[in-house]
Design a protein around this ligand. Structure first.
Ligand code: SF4
Length: 330
């Protein structure tokens, strides 16, 4: 299990209070490096997400009731357990009207049986269902502000429901998203900087896919121990951490252990090539390590192997052979 899988959304803090609804949502444009091509960054992440992602049933629905249930359940519970509980819950109470009509003790009993954490969450969920039925005629409101009027629904969950059900949310800023922004774009460690960066990164009107995609990135690629190459991270060519080898993050204060030098050298190659149109093999070798010797252990053969991995991932192009080999960013 990778970091970020303990819950669908990874909160900033977890004090067990159902109202202490995790994370924040972004509201302003903000502090990203000026030289990045935001559209290319957006397209890369969305394509990566569309090509493959963890398949959770609540990612296949746009029903706000089902999404709210998944959000409330995943605040404290591992996703695999949520999957089972969510299926059982939505079978037993398929609509918000069904939930509102049931006795609260039944909902609390379900919560306990499925080890879903604080029972207050079950009570608030039941109360929220009653509000939707009584105050909104059974139709969920579709804005984060209105959704946060529901019992137990704070700004984070309201934004998640607005995004995933109505494609009408702001950029999510949870611990995973902060870590990704910090590493990839060297965003300052402050809430306002993260919020600004996250909102700037999100394509307008695309909160559904974007928030899913960036959280997936934080969950499966950019966890506490990053899996940049293994997960085929789509942001390697822009990523500050990948290029400098410094993978610390606000919630990972010391350098995490990772497979190490290979990844660091791959990052260095991308960084060096990003400032040159093209480069010959040996010049590149000398730029990325002081002990490079063309025929040594860390020589052409070693470098070609790294370049070949990077070429397989579409990050670089290699042309020619022997002394004539040149390489450039792909
Ligand atoms: S390249 Fe690595 S460190 Fe950078 S965003 Fe991707 S997974 Fe995170």
């Amino acid at each position: 299990m990778t970091e970020g899988e303990a819950g669908n959304r990874v909160p900033d803090a977890d004090d067990g209070d159902a109202e202490a609804d995790r994370g924040t949502t972004a509201a302003a444009a903000g502090p990203l490096p000026t030289d990045i091509d935001i559209e290319a960054v957006q397209e890369a992440l969305i394509s990566w997400y569309e090509a493959d992602h963890r398949d959770y049933p609540w990612r296949r629905t746009e029903d706000p009731y089902e999404i709210l249930v998944s959000e409330v359940m995943s605040q404290q519970t591992q996703l695999d357990r949520v999957r089972e509980a969510w299926g059982a819950f939505t079978d037993r109470w398929p609509t918000v009207q069904d939930l509102a009509a049931t006795d609260r003790s039944e909902v609390v009993g379900f919560w306990t049986t499925h080890s879903l954490g604080y029972n207050n969450r079950a009570k608030y969920l039941h109360e929220a269902a009653n509000q939707v039925v009584d105050d909104y005629g059974g139709e969920f409101p579709d804005t984060p502000d209105e959704l946060s009027e529901l019992m137990g629904v704070g700004p984070y969950t309201a934004n998640a429901v607005a995004s995933f059900a109505f494609n009408n949310g702001n950029a999510v800023v949870d611990t995973n998203v902060k870590r990704v922004c910090y590493r990839a774009f060297d965003v300052k460690d402050s809430d306002s900087a993260f919020e600004g960066a996250a909102q700037r990164l999100m394509p307008d009107g695309e909160s559904r896919i974007w928030n899913n995609a960036i959280m997936e990135l934080g969950g499966v690629a950019c966890g506490k121990t990053p899996r940049c190459d293994e997960a085929g991270c789509p942001w390697r060519e822009w990523c500050h951490a990948y290029q400098t080898g410094d993978f610390t993050a606000p919630d990972v204060p010391t350098q995490p252990s990772f497979e190490g030098s290979r990844r660091q050298f791959r990052g260095r190659i991308v960084r060096v090539l990003s400032t040159h149109d093209e480069m010959s093999l040996d010049i590149l070798g000398h730029r990325i390590r002081v002990d490079y010797t063309p025929d040594g252990d860390y020589g052409r053969e070693w470098l070609r192997e790294l370049l070949s991995d990077l070429a397989d991932d579409g990050l670089v192009e290699v042309e020619g052979s022997g002394d004539e080999t040149v390489t450039r960013l792909g």
